[in-house]
Design a protein around this ligand. Sequence first.
Ligand SMILES: *Cc1c(COP(=O)(O)O)cnc(C)c1O
Length: 412
Amino acid sequence: MARASGTPHHAALARVQSRGRELLIGGETVGALLARAGRTPFYAYDRQAIAMRVAELRHMMPAGMHLHYALKANPMPALVAWMAGLVDGFDVASGRELSVALATGMAAECISFAGPGKSVMELEAAVAAGITVHVESERELAILHQLGVQGRRPRLAIRVNPDFQLKSAGMKMGGGASQFGIDAERVPALLHGLDVSRVDFRGFHIFAGSQNLSAAAIAEAQVETLALAERLAVDAPVPIAELNIGGGLGIPYFPGEQPVDLAAVGASLHRLAERARASLPGTRLVTELGRYLVGEAGYYICRILDRKESRGRVFLVTDGGLHHHLAASGNFGQVIRKNYPVVIATRMDQATEEMASVVGPLCTPLDLLADNMAFPRAVPGDLVAVLQSGAYGYTASPLGFLSHPEPMELLV
Ligand SMILES: *Cc1c(COP(=O)(O)O)cnc(C)c1O
C-alpha cells in the first residue's frame, strides 16, 4: 500500500497477502470467505498462522518450558479446540471458559483457572474437574480447604501480586495495590497456613503485565519473577512443582510499533530456565500467552454501505463497528485513539488515492474504525478488513449496543 514518505507504517501491512484485488486469509479470498459466512460482518481466524506462531515460539523456548493459551483473548470453541493440539495447557478465567477448555479434551492437570471473584460454584466445578485453581485471595484459599475435606485434594497455586512492575507494558499489573493476586509480602504467612493433607499446593503464578513489545522489559520482569518465586519458595510446605511466569508479549497494533524481538526473548528465557534448574530444581516453568498467539491471525470484515462526503472529508459507512470490535474503535483501554491497520479488502491491487474515515452504523461519534487513513477509492459494496483482530475482538465488544446482528466467526 502506498503511503506518504515519513508516515509511520503499520508493521502488520507488510505480511498481508492478496490475489488480484482480493485479500487472502488462510489462502482463501475474502469473497470465498464471505460466501461461507453468508453475510457481513464476520471475523476470520487463520489457523495456519496460529500454528506457525506457536511453532516460532516453541523453536525459541527452552526445552521443558510449557506454553499455555489464555482463553480470554479468543474463546471461540473451534479455535480453542485447534489450540488444544498446539499448546501444553490452557488458562481460563471463568466457569464458562473452563467448560470450553475441558470440552477440547485437554488434560485437567494442564488447565489453570485465575481471576478475582471466583464464585463457590466455579471453585466447586474447578475442583470436581481436577484443574489447578490460581488462588487470588484468602477467601478462595479457605473455600478450597473446605472442599478438600471431601476426599479430594484441590490442586492450587497462589497468584502473587508482585512487588515490581513490568516496564512499558500496555496494561500494567503488579507493583502496587491490585485486585489481582495476593500481595507478595502476605504470601509467606499464607504458605505457613496451608494444610497439604487437604490441598495439593503446586506453586506460584506471577503475571506482571500485558501487551509488551520490549524484549528487554519482558526479560527484566521474568528475572524479577523468578527471584520473587525463589524467595517465596523458602516458606512453601513442599517443593514448587510449577511456576507460571506470565507472558506479556504484545503485537504491533499501531503505526510505528515494531514486533517483539522473539530471538531476544528466547535468549533470556534460556538464561532464566538455566537459573531455575539450579535454584528451583524440579519446578516446571509455564508461560501463558493470549494475544501473541492469536491476535495477528484474525481479521474483522465488514461491508461499505454508504459513501458520504462532508465538508471535504470522506466517510465510508460500514455495517460493522465498535459493537463488534471495541478495541479497533479505540475504546478498549486506549488513552489516545490510534488507527488499527485497516485495508479495503476488495481493492488490494489499487494504489491509495484519498484520505477517508471508516465508520460504523451506530449513533455515536465513537463508532470509528479508521480515522482519516489513506485508501484506494472505495464505494458501497466494497469490503473493509481490520487486521490484528484475532484477540479481544468479538467477546470484548458490546454486542448488544444498538441491537444490530452479531458478527459471524470463521476458523479458516
Ligand atoms: C489476560 C491474561 C493473559 C493474556 O494476556 P495477553 O496480553 O492476551 O497475552 C495472561 N494471563 C493472565 C493472568 C491474564 O489475565
